[in-house]
Design a protein around this ligand. Sequence first.
Ligand SMILES: [Zn+2]
Length: 295
Amino acid sequence: MKQRRAVLTLDVEEWFHAHNYLSQVSPASWDSRPRRADQGVERLLRLCEAEGIRATWFVLGWTAERDPGLVREIASAGHEIGCHTYAHPVTYDLSPAEFRDDLRRGREAVAAAVGRPPQSYRAASFTIVARSYWALEILREEGFRIDSSLFPVSHSRYGNPRGPRHPFRLGWGEEDDLLVLPMPTLRAFGKNWPFAGGAYFRLLPLPVIRAAARWVQDVQHDPVVYYFHPWELDSFRPEVDLGRWQNLRSQGGKRDLYEKLRRALRGQHSQTIGEWAQRVRAEAPVVKSIEDIPS
Ligand SMILES: [Zn+2]
C-alpha cells in the first residue's frame, strides 16, 4: 500500500512571539507577559503519544532559556529538536552579522537545554525570502545541515511564490552542505497553495485539507509538512486587540484544532524533518551559490 508521508513540525514559542503581535507587544515587555507555551506543548505531546507520532520541534532560544525543563521533556519523549532562532527576528530586517549572532545564541540556548546542538533550523515566520537568501549561506557556515525556512507562497510578510519548491543542497561538501527543504505546497491553477499549518489549516474545512494533502502526496509525491505553534492549541486569548482580520488569523479555529489535527494525521506515515532529509539528501540537486537559487 502506498504510504502517505506527513511531517509534523512545531515551533515552540510564546503567543507574543507571533509576528501578528510585533507592533503591539514590544520585546522589552516579553518577560512581564504570561508564559503559556507549556499548555500547548503538553497537548501536542499528548496528541503525538496517542497517535504514535515523532515530531520535529523548532525551539526558540528565548523559550529554551526560560523553560529548559519543557524542552527536555519534549526531547525525552523521543522527538527531534531543531532551532527556531533566539528572539524570533524577521530575517530580512537583520544584517548578516545580527542574523549570525541570533543564530548562535539560539543554538546555544537550545543545546544547553537538551545537551546537544540542533542540526536543523527554521526562521521566524519563514522570513528567509529572496532578499535574505544570504542567511542560508550563514546557516551552512555555522554548521547547520537542514533548513526549513522557505515557503514558496504569496504572503504579505514572507514567502516567495517564484522561489524553489523542492529540496536542494547548498554547497559542495558531503559533510558541510545545507539541505534546504522548502515547505511543500499544492501546485494548482498556476499557483502554490498553502494549507497545512497555521491559519490556513485552522480555517479551511478538513475535507479540503485532506484532498489537498492527498494531491501533494499521491500526485506530487511530496510529504505534507504540517506546522503549528503551542499557542494555537491553548484556549488563552491575549487581551491585545489586533483588529478583526488579524484576530481571525491568530485566534480563528483554535477550539477545534486538536481534533482536526488528530484526524488529519491519522493513518499517515509520520516522519521527522531529519528522516525526510535522510531520504532526499543524496538525490537533491546541488546549488553552488545563493545567486543560483531562483528568486
Ligand atoms: Zn515562530
